[in-house]
Design a protein around this ligand. Structure first.
Ligand SMILES: NC(=O)c1ccc[n+]([C@@H]2O[C@H](COP(=O)([O-])OP(=O)(O)OC[C@H]3O[C@@H](n4cnc5c(N)ncnc54)[C@H](O)[C@@H]3O)[C@@H](O)[C@H]2O)c1
Length: 366
């Protein structure tokens, strides 16, 4: 397979480009091209910074000798996507003396990307953010589309802003240090794109499973580029999630309920919860006559072939999960809203889903 970098152009109101390929983090000239001013804040976490922050800083410094660079490192994990860490990032921008043309570089997974993106969205009402995603999930999902947020005790991503990146640079070589479990979690989001808009992609993924799970650069870059192209197309059509963008939440209503109910930090991670959630959404679709049972079970087989979980973790009751879903942002005043499925490559938004059907699907699990 070809290993030249892929690019995906996102035709947002402010257009930007996604670059995907191995060792792109060492390309100082590319990093420097994204800079407008003389200050850069590199935000990362305690796992990623020791591995890659020095390289990014060296590449930036070589390309922009007059540049002032500061590094801000948070502890790793979803429990760190907090208002306190948002505040710490703002303090780091203040200490740097960041002006309106300063740039934040988010080096890490979705936690760092969402937190740093939100800080960039708020500092002086919005400065540049360049996303340097280092997890597969961040490469195919969180770094693209401009959603930024932090969590509060009442729920995930409840405080945030839309703020599109100036550019995204996905260095696939960073995936070599990513724990295998995190790689698989990212593959759940990749499968999601196939499920909602691209049936052929599902076949391609199945055929390239060994290469993808084995961390093959070329296969991963291709899967990332195709996923980003889908996310770009959907978010360009509907940047603020008034319609179609919600399709990207396939599996997320169930997934978020699982994540919230088990408590962040333990149990399934985001991608794994989405894997279980997609299967539950497919089964709910079958129960409502929108998709065939055979298609739902074929999705289960594919998820299992990618070594992803397909069962609700023990101890989470259907009633408790339903209560969580009622609180979900995607629930409307009138009732539960789900992204349901019409089979491979076809999803739709359905409002007022009967709670009884949701409970039946969850109870059939146990
Ligand atoms: N903004 C959006 O549109 C959007 C979309 C999807 C998900 N998200 C958010 O993304 C977050 C999940 O992101 P995630 O799955 O990337 O989690 P994460 O950022 O917590 O990263 C997972 C783990 O991998 C480590 N890690 C990251 N890159 C590494 C590397 N290359 N080598 C070794 N270790 C590495 C991290 O330190 C962390 O421990 C959630 O908060 C979710 O809400 C946002």
């Amino acid at each position: 397979m070809n290993t030249t970098p892929h690019t995906v152009d996102v035709a947002a109101a402010t257009p930007y480009r996604i670059h995907i390929g191995p060792n792109l983090l060492d390309d100082g000239s590319w990093l420097a091209r994204t800079l407008r001013g003389r200050q850069a804040l590199l935000v990362s976490d305690a796992n990623v910074a020791p591995l890659y922050a020095g390289r990014v800083e060296a590449a930036l410094q070589a390309a922009g000798p007059g540049l002032r660079i500061a590094r801000h490192v948070i502890a790793a994990g979803e429990t760190e996507k907090t208002l306190a860490n948002f505040s710490g990032t703002i303090d780091a921008l203040a200490a740097l003396g960041a002006t309106r043309d300063a740039c934040v570089f988010a080096l890490g997974g979705g936690v760092v990307g969402d937190l740093a993106g939100f800080a960039a969205a708020c500092w002086m009402r919005g400065i540049d953010i360049v996303q340097l995603p280092t997890t597969l999930l961040a490469m195919v999902d969180s770094s693209v589309g401009g959603k930024t947020a932090v969590d509060i005790p009442q729920g995930k991503n409840l405080v945030g802003a839309f703020h599109v990146p100036r550019a995204v640079l996905a260095d696939t070589a960073t995936l070599r240090t990513l724990p295998a479990r995190e790689l698989r979690a990212g593959l759940a989001e990749v499968i999601k794109y196939g499920a909602i808009v691209d049936a052929d992609f599902l076949h391609w993924l199945d055929a390239h499973r060994d290469a993808l799970l084995g961390g093959d650069d070329a296969a991963l870059a291709q899967a990332i580029a195709r996923s980003c192209a889908h996310k770009a197309a959907i978010t360009t059509r509907d940047p603020l999630e008034h319609g179609d963008r919600a399709l990207l939440n396939f599996g997320h209503t169930f997934g978020h309920a699982i994540e919230a109910e088990q408590g962040y930090g333990d149990g399934l991670n985001h991608g794994e919860a989405v894997a279980v959630g997609m299967l539950l959404a497919a089964r709910l679709s079958a129960t409502l006559g929108l998709a065939s049972r055979a298609d739902a079970e074929a999705l289960r087989t594919l998820l299992q072939r990618f070594e992803l979980p397909v069962d609700v973790p023990a101890g989470l009751t259907p009633e408790a999960l339903l209560a969580r879903m009622r609180l979900d942002k995607k629930a409307q005043a009138s009732g539960l809203r789900f992204i349901l499925w019409n089979g491979p490559g076809a999803a739709r938004i359905v409002a007022d889903v009967e709670e009884g059907a949701v409970l039946a699907v969850l109870r059939a699990e146990g």
